[in-house]
Design a protein around this ligand. Sequence first.
Ligand code: GUN
Ligand code: ZN
Length: 440
Amino acid sequence: MKAYRASLLYFSPDAEPNQAAVFEDDGLLVVGLNEQGLQVVQAVGSYPALQARFAQVPVTHWPGRIIAPGFVDMHSHYPQTNVIGSPADGLLPWLEHYTFPEEKRFLAPEYCAQAATFFIAELLRNGVTTALTFATSHPCSVAALFQAAQAQRLRLMTGLCLMDRHAPAELLNQKVPHASVDATEQSLMDSEALIQRWHGVDRLGYAITPRFAPTSSAAQLRGAGVLAAKYPQVWIQSHVAENQAEIAWARALFPASRSYLATYADFGLLRQRAIYAHCIHFDDEDRALMRDTGAAAAVCPTSNLFLGSGFFDYAGADRVGFKYGLASDVGGGTSFSPFHTMLAAYTVGREGQSKTGLSLSPQHLWWQHTAGAAQALGLAGVVGNLQPGCEADFVLLNPRATPLLARKTALANSLDELLFSMIVLGDDRLIERTVISQAV
Ligand code: GUN
Ligand code: ZN
């Protein structure tokens, strides 16, 4: 066992609402091994209360620092690191002019490997310890990212991007020369082989990944739904209702479905562990479909602001009651930093809800990027929090990391004021270290 003494920030699973944060000014985090030999939290609480019980355990003391759960990023694209900050007239031109040309380069395994290594390092530098992310339509891009994540022991889910139409030829899933199966069937066989190779290995998970309805045939979506039913523990990731032009395109291609979101339901692609990026332009029937199927939204505020896609409707999501959490959406999103994403979510909450004047609390913003995101991913009690049993992934925050942070956090009179200072002024400099659960 090991123990860490510092201030502590976490979420009580018993609190109502569970978005309420707990702060221990002088706290102790005790870490030990579970039956699988993985480091998990044994105890968390105030140092004076726990000190006697763990007197034999060696303690690392970090005065003036805050231990908080590692951040959970529910949606990004590892092949789009180089695409960050590429301006375009909205989603579809951005895909065509910047994103697809970059993704073509992932044909080469060496290109995949260097991009994967950089991406994982950038997540860790920014305090992200769990990520669900897209690869490209090249199987080597999936293997490269799993290998890079495994080397750092990151909890990471990814999968082969399924696209069998309406994209450049080099990015469509490929047929094997001389094989009897077509490219669509091959993409599903490749996905299943990758599930068997990687899902559940160390801390890795597979995600069935139809890019979005417009770039898949009905046969490919149907096959993805069959795989999703066969492997219920595997994740599903896709995009929905991000942009008006995209929605019109999806509706024209699948007119029999009630809505764009319903298209995915019609192919068996809405269930627990199905994570849909954006979910902006929904009606209440869509929201109820999310709730009733257990699917979750990955809210991507920096991306939505950058591409001018619109504003996630927090009030609507809470009124109907479906799950959501935060995501960077690199490279439509503009930052790897969870602080930038939380600040953008605050802006989106205000702008999008001007009718109701919604002002998301800093505790709710932080929850959306940790325990809330974990819950939306079906990983509550596993990551995203520091309750006993959680895998011991955490960040060490230095609230005096910059002169302005030091000045501002010293003035905080409440937990909300402290958290807001870090959300508004924070970036990778606030993350003094990222600690990942180790295995023996
Ligand atoms: N919809 C389909 N593909 C993408 C993508 O790469 N980024 C975003 N933001 N939306 C998409
Ligand atoms: Zn995306």
